[in-house]
Design a binder for this molecule. Structure first.
Ligand code: THU
Length: 129
């Protein structure tokens, strides 16, 4: 794990502390690293109209895009879960918009870590052509 990746993981953990998840009580933090080595972290934001909830991963990507990012190379994910979570299907598709492949590291509530790739979790993303 590079020092930048370690930093991203720390930022994901810090973002998780701000999770707005009063309905599920499931806190998630995500941090991405852009190909130009910037880190963007975010957390899940729920809503009383449940379907409006935004996952941590998409929140992180959208804030990066607003700063000009178009390519990402790493995703750190942390949760309160027993398991090391993987991004939901919708987030995988959104991630695939900005990366052909990507290293995803997920840390559970006990600090255990699992590593995945985008290709492994979403072998064939939707493409227009
Ligand atoms: N959630 C994420 O933020 N990322 C994931 O990868 C899976 C789920 C959030 C959405 C919701 O606020 C809560 O976790 C429970 O589904």
């Amino acid at each position: 794990m590079s020092s930048l990746e370690e930093k991203a993981l720390e930022k994901a953990k810090a973002a998780m502390e701000n999770s707005y998840s009063p309905y599920s009580k499931f806190r998630v933090g995500a941090a991405i690293i852009s190909t130009d080595d910037r880190i963007f972290a975010a957390t899940n934001v729920e809503n009383r109209s449940y379907g409006l909830t935004v996952c941590a991963e998409r929140a992180a990507i959208f804030s990066a895009v607003a700063k000009g990012v178009r390519k990402i190379k790493y995703l750190a994910l942390v949760s309160d879960s027993e398991k090391c979570i993987t991004p939901c299907g919708a987030c995988l598709q959104v991630i695939s918009e900005f990366a052909n492949d990507l290293k995803i590291e997920s840390v559970n509530k006990n600090g255990q870590k699992e590593t995945f790739t985008l290709k492994q979790l979403l072998p064939r993303s939707f493409k227009l052509k």
